[in-house]
Design a protein around this ligand. Structure first.
Ligand code: AMP
Ligand code: MG
Length: 419
């Protein structure tokens, strides 16, 4: 059976990075930049005032107080008409270009108008050259790379692109990920389950994971363990960039997903990985000349298996698709705080809690009871990896952990501060 690294390598070989497209800034939010962006100009493009006040020469302020002749006014969007010479001041507004000769701006709050054409300035501290002036190129220099490929476009990236005059930009759109739960026993979350039935929690969880990965979920509902229902809904899902099914990939008599996918033209890349939870995972690709490829994951039905397989494999495939590097999961080293007895011939990705204690990254396995035990996952924020084989891991040993999406490593709260 494949191990996790083999499976990740096969995913990396199979998934192609999507072609970039040009979109206007209005449509760019949430997409990923496809190229590095260098600033075409200095920012700010000219020396400008950061305050409403008076542009003057620092030499005139040596004594802390000066009465100067007001020679005019410059507002934002206009050019100063005169230069500032010794003994003179020009009234200036925030954002206006600094007149030639001026090297500081005294805030209006520190001024007092004297008669028709003079101003008395009072500076209560030792000011230095360039006070309240932002010089051209302070924020970014022409030619400097200010945005890098693969970064998500948030409101601040939109603003920076706009500032640089880039009205459209090369991006990769968030992939559309169809989610299809399968199983005769499933009812929608809004319904009360009858005898032998359970609620479809996986679809909600997977949609949230897709969203946390920056992709767009397309929830297709529930397919029965029935060939024709499965076929119809799989065909619908294949219209998206990715299709994630849950359930129906194990060895049960009604585990019809692999055969139905093959019949729908999806080529199997792998089935089953030596891991716990998640062993039955299935992965394939549907390529058609007339449309772009669809990457298909058959995730095991047990909720924790589905969740962990998404975090390890689907998230990596999504990163590769949008050109985010590295696409492989980034595992973190953490120190075990308790002994852990590992058994069996599969790597175990055990729901655990990683935190920072006295500056050290530590991890504590939860009391996880198995693939259906969702409850223990809410006390966890990662999977700690214990390699196949029988071995007692001792407290103090270092293990690798996979931080789950939406989680972060924070300092451990003292017991009496825990909510
Ligand atoms: P399967 O992989 O179809 O054999 O399902 C394995 C286990 O996961 C069974 O106990 C199912 O009832 C459960 N299961 C399957 N799909 C879901 C789902 N969408 N939500 C919650 N549990 C599920
Ligand atoms: Mg099933």
């Amino acid at each position: 059976m494949l191990n996790v690294d083999d499976a990740l390598n096969l995913i990396a070989k199979t998934v192609s990075t999507a072609s970039p497209e040009f979109v206007s800034l209005a449509d760019a939010a949430g997409s990923l930049l496809a190229i590095d962006v260098a600033s075409p100009e200095d920012s700010p493009p000219f020396d400008k005032s950061m305050m409403d006040g008076y542009a003057v020469q620092l030499a005139d302020l040596q004594s802390g107080e000066a009465t100067l002749k007001v020679i005019g006014e410059v507002t934002a969007g206009h050019q100063p008409e005169d230069a500032v010479n010794p003994g003179s001041a020009m009234r200036i507004m925030t954002g206006a270009p600094i007149p030639v000769g001026a090297d500081v701006v005294v805030p209006v709050e520190q001024s007092e108008i004297i008669g028709d054409a003079s101003v008395k300035l009072n500076v209560d501290r030792k000011v230095c050259l360039g006070w309240n002036i932002i010089t051209s190129g302070t924020n970014m220099r022409r030619g400097e790379v200010v945005l890098t490929a693969g970064g998500r476009i948030r409101p601040q990236e939109i603003a920076l692109l706009a500032e640089m005059g880039l009205a459209s930009v090369s991006v990769r759109k968030p992939p559309r990920v169809a989610i299809l739960a399968t199983g005769d026993e499933l009812v929608p979350v809004e319904e009360t389950p009858g005898p032998g039935q359970i609620r479809n929690s996986n679809a909600k969880m997977l949609a949230a994971q897709v969203q946390a990965s920056g992709a767009e979920p397309v929830v297709l509902g529930i397919a029965r363990d029935d060939l024709s229902d499965l076929q119809t809904k799989i065909d619908e899902g294949l219209q998206c960039d990715f299709l994630c099914l849950s359930g129906g990939v194990s060895a049960g008599v009604l585990d019809l997903v692999p055969s139905t996918l093959k019949a729908a033209g999806v080529e199997q890349v792998f089935h089953k990985v030596a891991m716990k939870p998640g062993k039955p995972i299935w992965f394939g690709i549907r390529e058609e000349k007339s449309s772009s490829a669809c990457y298909v994951f058959g995730l095991p039905g047990n909720p924790v298996s589905s969740m962990v397989c998404f975090e390890l494999f689907v998230a990596a495939a999504l990163r590769q698709f949008v050109g985010k590097s590295p696409s492989f999961p980034e595992l973190v080293d953490a120190t075990l705080v308790a002994d852990f007895h590992q058994r069996g011939n599969r790597d175990v990705w055990f729901p655990s809690r990683v935190s920072i204690e006295n500056g050290v990254v530590v991890v504590e396995p939860t009391g996880w009871k198995g693939s259906s035990d969702l409850r223990s996952t809410v006390t966890a924020n990662c999977s700690a990896c214990f390699s196949a084989g029988e071995r007692r891991y001792l407290a103090g040993e270092t293990v690798k952990v996979l931080l789950w999406s939406g989680s972060e490593i924070t300092s451990k709260l003292p017991v009496d501060l825990k909510l």
